[in-house]
Design a protein around this ligand. Structure first.
Ligand code: FES
Length: 73
């Protein structure tokens, strides 16, 4: 069963998690941009913020740093 986070846009937890873990979304604005969630009534904001609070620290360790992208050696 899908865990719907945003009922207005029918965005589920999987979609939110992918935006955080694959697109490195760290803010509610980025979640809106990548998923469309929280672009209706706004009631899902606290749920999305709680997901960001729990998931973003997990991603921070594996996010590629800009300074490491073009290492020559
Ligand atoms: S439930 Fe997400 S904007 Fe309404």
């Amino acid at each position: 069963m899908r865990d719907i986070v945003c009922n207005c846009q029918m965005v589920d937890r999987d979609t939110i998690d992918k935006a955080i873990h694959e697109k490195y979304a760290t803010t509610i604005e980025e979640i809106r941009r990548y998923t469309g969630a929280n672009t209706g009534c706004g009631k899902c904001m606290s749920y999305i913020n709680s997901i960001l609070d729990s998931e973003v620290p997990k991603v921070a360790a594996k996010k590629p740093e800009a300074s490491n992208r073009f290492k020559l050696w």
